[in-house]
Design a protein around this ligand. Structure first.
Ligand SMILES: Nc1ncnc2c1ncn2[C@@H]1O[C@H](COP(=O)(O)OP(=O)(O)OP(=O)(O)O)[C@@H](O)[C@H]1O
Ligand SMILES: [Mg+2]
Length: 369
Protein backbone atom coordinates (compact mmCIF):
# COMPACT_ATOMS: atom_id res chain seq x y z
CA UNK A 1 0.00 0.00 0.00
CA UNK A 2 1.30 3.42 -0.90
CA UNK A 3 -0.29 6.76 -0.07
CA UNK A 4 -0.04 9.30 -2.89
CA UNK A 5 -2.02 12.43 -2.22
CA UNK A 6 -4.04 14.03 0.55
CA UNK A 7 -6.70 16.63 -0.24
CA UNK A 8 -7.72 18.93 2.59
CA UNK A 9 -10.76 21.19 2.45
CA UNK A 10 -11.63 23.38 5.43
CA UNK A 11 -9.75 20.95 7.65
CA UNK A 12 -8.19 22.72 10.70
CA UNK A 13 -6.14 25.66 9.37
CA UNK A 14 -6.27 24.42 5.75
CA UNK A 15 -8.58 26.11 3.25
CA UNK A 16 -7.97 23.94 0.21
CA UNK A 17 -4.65 22.18 -0.16
CA UNK A 18 -3.23 19.07 -1.81
CA UNK A 19 -0.30 17.29 -0.19
CA UNK A 20 1.74 14.89 -2.34
CA UNK A 21 3.80 12.20 -0.63
CA UNK A 22 7.03 10.49 -1.53
CA UNK A 23 6.77 6.74 -1.80
CA UNK A 24 9.60 6.65 0.74
CA UNK A 25 10.09 9.52 3.16
CA UNK A 26 8.10 12.78 3.28
CA UNK A 27 9.54 15.38 5.61
CA UNK A 28 6.98 17.99 6.61
CA UNK A 29 8.82 20.91 8.12
CA UNK A 30 7.96 24.40 9.27
CA UNK A 31 7.68 26.62 12.30
CA UNK A 32 5.37 25.97 15.23
CA UNK A 33 1.59 26.22 14.74
CA UNK A 34 1.74 26.17 10.90
CA UNK A 35 -0.26 22.96 10.34
CA UNK A 36 2.24 20.09 10.36
CA UNK A 37 0.48 17.91 12.93
CA UNK A 38 -2.84 18.72 11.25
CA UNK A 39 -1.62 16.72 8.24
CA UNK A 40 -0.71 13.75 10.44
CA UNK A 41 -4.10 14.08 12.13
CA UNK A 42 -5.91 13.94 8.77
CA UNK A 43 -3.91 10.88 7.70
CA UNK A 44 -4.64 9.15 10.99
CA UNK A 45 -8.33 10.01 10.71
CA UNK A 46 -8.44 8.49 7.23
CA UNK A 47 -6.73 5.40 8.59
CA UNK A 48 -8.69 4.77 11.80
CA UNK A 49 -11.82 6.93 11.56
CA UNK A 50 -10.73 8.82 14.68
CA UNK A 51 -8.61 11.83 15.53
CA UNK A 52 -5.87 11.26 18.08
CA UNK A 53 -6.35 14.79 19.44
CA UNK A 54 -10.07 15.22 19.93
CA UNK A 55 -13.39 13.40 20.10
CA UNK A 56 -15.21 16.55 19.05
CA UNK A 57 -15.37 16.51 15.25
CA UNK A 58 -16.53 20.15 15.15
CA UNK A 59 -13.03 21.20 16.22
CA UNK A 60 -11.68 19.83 12.94
CA UNK A 61 -13.69 22.26 10.83
CA UNK A 62 -11.80 25.38 9.83
CA UNK A 63 -12.97 28.30 11.99
CA UNK A 64 -15.91 30.12 10.43
CA UNK A 65 -16.83 27.26 8.05
CA UNK A 66 -19.60 24.68 8.31
CA UNK A 67 -17.98 21.53 6.85
CA UNK A 68 -14.70 19.83 6.08
CA UNK A 69 -13.71 17.09 3.67
CA UNK A 70 -10.48 15.13 3.46
CA UNK A 71 -9.58 12.61 0.80
CA UNK A 72 -6.64 10.22 0.54
CA UNK A 73 -5.51 8.74 -2.75
CA UNK A 74 -3.53 5.54 -2.45
CA UNK A 75 -2.39 2.62 -4.51
CA UNK A 76 -2.69 -1.04 -3.63
CA UNK A 77 -1.20 -3.62 -6.01
CA UNK A 78 -1.24 -1.03 -8.81
CA UNK A 79 -4.93 -0.25 -8.23
CA UNK A 80 -5.79 3.32 -7.24
CA UNK A 81 -8.15 3.71 -4.28
CA UNK A 82 -9.63 6.66 -2.44
CA UNK A 83 -10.86 7.16 1.10
CA UNK A 84 -12.87 10.26 1.82
CA UNK A 85 -14.43 11.65 4.97
CA UNK A 86 -16.92 14.51 4.80
CA UNK A 87 -18.38 16.18 7.80
CA UNK A 88 -20.99 18.85 8.02
CA UNK A 89 -21.82 20.44 11.35
CA UNK A 90 -24.71 18.61 12.96
CA UNK A 91 -24.77 15.86 10.33
CA UNK A 92 -22.21 13.27 11.43
CA UNK A 93 -19.18 11.98 9.53
CA UNK A 94 -19.75 10.39 6.15
CA UNK A 95 -17.32 7.86 4.70
CA UNK A 96 -16.72 7.13 1.02
CA UNK A 97 -14.39 4.40 -0.19
CA UNK A 98 -13.68 4.54 -3.91
CA UNK A 99 -16.48 7.12 -4.05
CA UNK A 100 -19.04 4.65 -2.69
CA UNK A 101 -20.79 5.71 0.48
CA UNK A 102 -20.33 3.34 3.40
CA UNK A 103 -22.89 2.88 6.17
CA UNK A 104 -20.39 2.29 8.91
CA UNK A 105 -17.36 4.37 9.81
CA UNK A 106 -15.61 1.14 10.85
CA UNK A 107 -15.42 0.12 7.16
CA UNK A 108 -12.43 2.46 7.02
CA UNK A 109 -10.32 0.13 9.16
CA UNK A 110 -7.63 -1.77 7.33
CA UNK A 111 -7.83 0.17 4.04
CA UNK A 112 -4.90 2.48 4.77
CA UNK A 113 -3.33 1.12 7.94
CA UNK A 114 -0.97 3.40 9.81
CA UNK A 115 1.11 3.49 12.95
CA UNK A 116 1.56 6.78 14.76
CA UNK A 117 4.55 7.60 16.90
CA UNK A 118 4.39 10.94 18.70
CA UNK A 119 5.50 12.41 22.03
CA UNK A 120 2.14 11.23 23.41
CA UNK A 121 3.00 7.65 22.46
CA UNK A 122 4.77 7.39 25.79
CA UNK A 123 1.33 7.14 27.39
CA UNK A 124 1.21 3.55 26.13
CA UNK A 125 4.03 2.87 28.61
CA UNK A 126 3.41 5.42 31.38
CA UNK A 127 -0.34 5.88 31.11
CA UNK A 128 -3.30 4.16 32.70
CA UNK A 129 -4.34 0.55 31.94
CA UNK A 130 -7.10 2.05 29.79
CA UNK A 131 -4.51 3.58 27.43
CA UNK A 132 -2.87 0.23 26.79
CA UNK A 133 -6.24 -1.47 26.39
CA UNK A 134 -7.22 1.18 23.84
CA UNK A 135 -3.99 0.62 21.92
CA UNK A 136 -4.55 -3.16 21.70
CA UNK A 137 -8.11 -2.55 20.54
CA UNK A 138 -7.13 -0.02 17.85
CA UNK A 139 -4.56 -2.41 16.41
CA UNK A 140 -6.73 -5.53 16.61
CA UNK A 141 -9.64 -3.68 14.98
CA UNK A 142 -7.35 -2.76 12.07
CA UNK A 143 -6.30 -6.38 11.76
CA UNK A 144 -9.52 -8.32 12.33
CA UNK A 145 -13.15 -7.55 11.43
CA UNK A 146 -14.18 -10.39 13.74
CA UNK A 147 -12.48 -8.64 16.64
CA UNK A 148 -14.09 -5.33 15.73
CA UNK A 149 -17.59 -6.82 15.63
CA UNK A 150 -17.09 -8.70 18.88
CA UNK A 151 -15.81 -5.59 20.58
CA UNK A 152 -18.71 -3.44 19.39
CA UNK A 153 -21.10 -6.14 20.54
CA UNK A 154 -19.36 -6.57 23.86
CA UNK A 155 -19.42 -2.83 24.61
CA UNK A 156 -23.17 -2.76 23.99
CA UNK A 157 -23.69 -5.74 26.28
CA UNK A 158 -21.70 -4.14 29.11
CA UNK A 159 -23.58 -0.86 28.70
CA UNK A 160 -26.95 -2.61 28.89
CA UNK A 161 -25.87 -4.80 31.78
CA UNK A 162 -24.63 -1.76 33.71
CA UNK A 163 -27.98 -0.06 33.25
CA UNK A 164 -29.76 -3.16 34.49
CA UNK A 165 -27.43 -3.51 37.50
CA UNK A 166 -28.32 0.02 38.56
CA UNK A 167 -32.03 -0.71 38.19
CA UNK A 168 -31.71 -3.88 40.25
CA UNK A 169 -29.80 -1.90 42.86
CA UNK A 170 -32.77 0.49 43.02
CA UNK A 171 -35.19 -2.47 43.25
CA UNK A 172 -36.72 -1.61 39.91
CA UNK A 173 -35.83 -4.89 38.22
CA UNK A 174 -35.39 -8.55 39.16
CA UNK A 175 -32.02 -10.21 39.53
CA UNK A 176 -32.82 -13.10 37.20
CA UNK A 177 -32.96 -10.67 34.28
CA UNK A 178 -29.20 -10.46 34.49
CA UNK A 179 -28.73 -14.07 33.37
CA UNK A 180 -29.12 -13.47 29.67
CA UNK A 181 -26.68 -10.53 29.71
CA UNK A 182 -24.11 -12.37 31.82
CA UNK A 183 -24.26 -15.31 29.45
CA UNK A 184 -23.70 -13.21 26.31
CA UNK A 185 -21.05 -11.13 28.04
CA UNK A 186 -19.12 -14.32 28.87
CA UNK A 187 -19.50 -15.60 25.31
CA UNK A 188 -18.34 -12.42 23.56
CA UNK A 189 -15.84 -11.48 26.27
CA UNK A 190 -14.04 -14.81 26.14
CA UNK A 191 -13.48 -14.51 22.38
CA UNK A 192 -12.01 -11.03 22.89
CA UNK A 193 -9.68 -12.26 25.63
CA UNK A 194 -8.52 -15.15 23.45
CA UNK A 195 -7.70 -12.85 20.53
CA UNK A 196 -5.91 -10.38 22.79
CA UNK A 197 -3.80 -13.11 24.35
CA UNK A 198 -2.70 -14.43 20.97
CA UNK A 199 -1.89 -10.89 19.86
CA UNK A 200 0.15 -10.16 22.97
CA UNK A 201 2.14 -13.40 22.66
CA UNK A 202 3.04 -12.45 19.12
CA UNK A 203 3.86 -8.81 19.98
CA UNK A 204 6.02 -9.95 22.89
CA UNK A 205 8.30 -11.99 20.66
CA UNK A 206 8.75 -9.04 18.33
CA UNK A 207 9.44 -6.53 21.10
CA UNK A 208 11.98 -8.79 22.75
CA UNK A 209 13.93 -8.95 19.49
CA UNK A 210 13.56 -5.22 18.76
CA UNK A 211 14.56 -4.11 22.27
CA UNK A 212 17.69 -6.23 22.20
CA UNK A 213 18.62 -4.36 19.03
CA UNK A 214 17.81 -0.92 20.43
CA UNK A 215 19.57 -1.47 23.75
CA UNK A 216 22.61 -3.51 22.64
CA UNK A 217 21.26 -6.59 24.37
CA UNK A 218 20.82 -5.00 27.78
CA UNK A 219 17.06 -4.87 28.12
CA UNK A 220 14.75 -7.83 28.42
CA UNK A 221 11.04 -7.22 27.91
CA UNK A 222 8.11 -9.33 29.02
CA UNK A 223 4.49 -8.58 28.17
CA UNK A 224 1.64 -10.25 29.96
CA UNK A 225 -2.10 -10.09 29.48
CA UNK A 226 -3.25 -8.95 32.88
CA UNK A 227 -6.71 -10.12 33.81
CA UNK A 228 -8.85 -11.44 36.64
CA UNK A 229 -8.67 -14.64 34.61
CA UNK A 230 -6.26 -17.45 35.58
CA UNK A 231 -4.09 -18.97 32.87
CA UNK A 232 -4.86 -22.52 31.82
CA UNK A 233 -8.59 -22.36 32.61
CA UNK A 234 -11.39 -22.36 30.06
CA UNK A 235 -11.92 -18.65 29.50
CA UNK A 236 -15.67 -18.74 28.82
CA UNK A 237 -16.46 -20.96 31.81
CA UNK A 238 -14.17 -19.03 34.12
CA UNK A 239 -15.60 -15.65 33.11
CA UNK A 240 -19.17 -16.94 33.47
CA UNK A 241 -18.51 -18.50 36.90
CA UNK A 242 -16.70 -15.41 38.19
CA UNK A 243 -19.62 -13.19 37.22
CA UNK A 244 -22.21 -15.56 38.71
CA UNK A 245 -20.26 -15.87 41.97
CA UNK A 246 -19.95 -12.09 42.20
CA UNK A 247 -23.47 -11.08 41.22
CA UNK A 248 -24.16 -9.42 44.57
CA UNK A 249 -20.93 -7.44 44.37
CA UNK A 250 -21.73 -6.23 40.84
CA UNK A 251 -25.20 -5.15 41.97
CA UNK A 252 -23.68 -3.33 44.94
CA UNK A 253 -21.24 -1.43 42.68
CA UNK A 254 -23.81 -0.99 39.93
CA UNK A 255 -21.25 -1.87 37.22
CA UNK A 256 -19.82 -4.92 35.52
CA UNK A 257 -16.56 -5.76 37.31
CA UNK A 258 -15.11 -8.68 35.31
CA UNK A 259 -14.23 -9.10 31.69
CA UNK A 260 -11.96 -7.71 28.98
CA UNK A 261 -13.13 -4.13 29.60
CA UNK A 262 -11.17 -4.28 32.88
CA UNK A 263 -8.05 -6.05 31.59
CA UNK A 264 -4.76 -4.62 30.41
CA UNK A 265 -1.32 -5.54 29.18
CA UNK A 266 1.53 -5.30 31.62
CA UNK A 267 4.93 -4.54 30.17
CA UNK A 268 7.99 -5.38 32.27
CA UNK A 269 11.56 -4.41 31.64
CA UNK A 270 14.19 -6.60 33.27
CA UNK A 271 11.43 -8.06 35.48
CA UNK A 272 10.16 -4.68 36.70
CA UNK A 273 6.85 -3.06 35.81
CA UNK A 274 7.78 -0.54 33.10
CA UNK A 275 4.95 1.79 34.06
CA UNK A 276 6.54 2.42 37.45
CA UNK A 277 10.25 1.81 37.08
CA UNK A 278 11.35 2.84 33.58
CA UNK A 279 13.72 5.73 32.96
CA UNK A 280 12.69 8.30 30.32
CA UNK A 281 15.08 6.78 27.82
CA UNK A 282 13.85 3.27 28.47
CA UNK A 283 10.26 4.45 28.03
CA UNK A 284 11.15 5.98 24.67
CA UNK A 285 12.88 2.80 23.54
CA UNK A 286 9.94 0.69 24.65
CA UNK A 287 7.38 2.92 22.97
CA UNK A 288 9.43 2.81 19.77
CA UNK A 289 9.80 -0.97 19.89
CA UNK A 290 6.11 -1.38 20.65
CA UNK A 291 5.10 0.72 17.65
CA UNK A 292 7.44 -1.07 15.30
CA UNK A 293 6.19 -4.42 16.58
CA UNK A 294 2.64 -3.24 15.86
CA UNK A 295 3.65 -2.28 12.31
CA UNK A 296 5.05 -5.74 11.70
CA UNK A 297 1.94 -7.32 13.18
CA UNK A 298 -0.43 -5.30 10.97
CA UNK A 299 1.59 -6.10 7.87
CA UNK A 300 1.71 -9.81 8.62
CA UNK A 301 -2.01 -10.04 9.30
CA UNK A 302 -3.39 -7.80 6.57
CA UNK A 303 -0.73 -8.05 3.86
CA UNK A 304 -0.74 -4.24 3.83
CA UNK A 305 2.29 -2.37 5.00
CA UNK A 306 1.23 0.46 7.32
CA UNK A 307 2.42 4.00 6.76
CA UNK A 308 4.63 5.18 9.59
CA UNK A 309 3.60 8.58 10.96
CA UNK A 310 6.29 10.28 13.05
CA UNK A 311 5.04 13.47 14.65
CA UNK A 312 7.79 15.52 16.24
CA UNK A 313 9.82 12.62 17.60
CA UNK A 314 13.17 12.68 15.82
CA UNK A 315 14.69 15.36 18.04
CA UNK A 316 13.74 13.43 21.17
CA UNK A 317 15.65 10.31 20.23
CA UNK A 318 19.34 9.81 20.92
CA UNK A 319 21.72 8.71 18.18
CA UNK A 320 21.41 5.02 18.90
CA UNK A 321 17.61 5.01 18.75
CA UNK A 322 17.56 7.32 15.77
CA UNK A 323 19.86 4.99 13.83
CA UNK A 324 17.56 2.16 14.70
CA UNK A 325 14.60 4.10 13.37
CA UNK A 326 16.43 4.96 10.12
CA UNK A 327 16.66 1.25 9.35
CA UNK A 328 12.88 0.97 9.66
CA UNK A 329 12.23 4.17 7.71
CA UNK A 330 14.30 2.90 4.80
CA UNK A 331 11.91 -0.01 4.35
CA UNK A 332 8.64 1.80 5.10
CA UNK A 333 6.66 4.68 3.64
CA UNK A 334 7.05 7.36 6.31
CA UNK A 335 5.70 10.83 6.97
CA UNK A 336 7.79 12.88 9.42
CA UNK A 337 7.05 16.28 10.93
CA UNK A 338 9.82 18.47 12.31
CA UNK A 339 10.50 22.13 12.97
CA UNK A 340 14.01 22.01 11.52
CA UNK A 341 14.48 21.07 7.89
CA UNK A 342 16.15 17.69 8.31
CA UNK A 343 18.73 16.08 6.11
CA UNK A 344 18.85 12.33 6.07
CA UNK A 345 22.49 11.62 5.41
CA UNK A 346 21.78 8.12 6.62
CA UNK A 347 19.41 7.44 3.75
CA UNK A 348 21.95 7.81 0.97
CA UNK A 349 19.66 8.12 -2.03
CA UNK A 350 18.18 11.58 -1.60
CA UNK A 351 15.72 11.14 -4.45
CA UNK A 352 13.63 9.04 -2.08
CA UNK A 353 12.98 12.05 0.13
CA UNK A 354 10.41 14.78 -0.41
CA UNK A 355 10.70 17.96 1.64
CA UNK A 356 7.40 19.75 2.19
CA UNK A 357 7.47 23.17 3.76
CA UNK A 358 4.29 24.14 5.62
CA UNK A 359 3.49 27.76 6.31
CA UNK A 360 0.12 28.96 7.57
CA UNK A 361 -1.72 26.04 6.08
CA UNK A 362 -0.08 26.04 2.66
CA UNK A 363 2.46 23.59 1.26
CA UNK A 364 5.56 24.24 -0.83
CA UNK A 365 7.81 21.53 -2.23
CA UNK A 366 11.60 21.79 -2.14
CA UNK A 367 12.10 19.13 -4.77
CA UNK A 368 9.53 17.65 -7.03
CA UNK A 369 10.22 14.03 -7.87
N1 LIG B 1 -10.50 24.38 13.47
C1 LIG B 1 -9.47 25.17 13.19
N2 LIG B 1 -9.61 26.22 12.34
C2 LIG B 1 -8.56 27.01 12.03
N3 LIG B 1 -7.32 26.85 12.53
C3 LIG B 1 -7.13 25.82 13.38
C4 LIG B 1 -8.17 24.94 13.76
N4 LIG B 1 -7.68 24.02 14.61
C5 LIG B 1 -6.39 24.33 14.77
N5 LIG B 1 -6.04 25.40 14.04
C6 LIG B 1 -4.72 26.05 13.93
O1 LIG B 1 -3.80 25.11 13.44
C7 LIG B 1 -2.52 25.45 13.95
C8 LIG B 1 -1.89 24.27 14.64
O2 LIG B 1 -1.57 23.35 13.71
P1 LIG B 1 -0.62 22.14 14.07
O3 LIG B 1 -0.97 21.54 15.36
O4 LIG B 1 -0.62 21.27 12.87
O5 LIG B 1 0.78 22.90 14.22
P2 LIG B 1 2.24 22.34 14.02
O6 LIG B 1 2.76 22.88 12.74
O7 LIG B 1 2.25 20.86 14.18
O8 LIG B 1 2.97 23.05 15.22
P3 LIG B 1 4.05 22.50 16.29
O9 LIG B 1 5.37 22.60 15.62
O10 LIG B 1 3.93 23.49 17.40
O11 LIG B 1 3.66 21.14 16.68
C9 LIG B 1 -2.70 26.54 14.98
O12 LIG B 1 -2.33 27.74 14.39
C10 LIG B 1 -4.18 26.48 15.27
O13 LIG B 1 -4.68 27.71 15.64
MG1 LIG C 1 2.84 19.65 15.78
Amino acid sequence: MEIKKLQLKNFRNYLSEDIFFSKNVSIIYGENAQGKTNIIEALYLLSTGKSFRTNNTNELIRHGESFFSICLELEENNYPQTIEIRYEKGNGKKLFINEIKKDRMSDILGVAPSVLFSPESLTCIKGSPGERRKLIDIVLCQISKKYLHNLQNYNKIVKNKNMLLKQIQANKQHKHQLDVWTESQAKTGSVIIEQRKLFIDSIEKRIKRLMLGISDGKENVDIRYKSFYEDGKDIYQYLLNTMIENTEKEIEYGISLYGPHRDEMEISLNNKNSRLYCSQGQQRSLALALNIAIMEEIEQNTGRKPVLLLDDVMSELDENRRNFLYEIIEKTQTVITTTERMQFVEIDDNRKIKHIHIKEGTAEYDTII
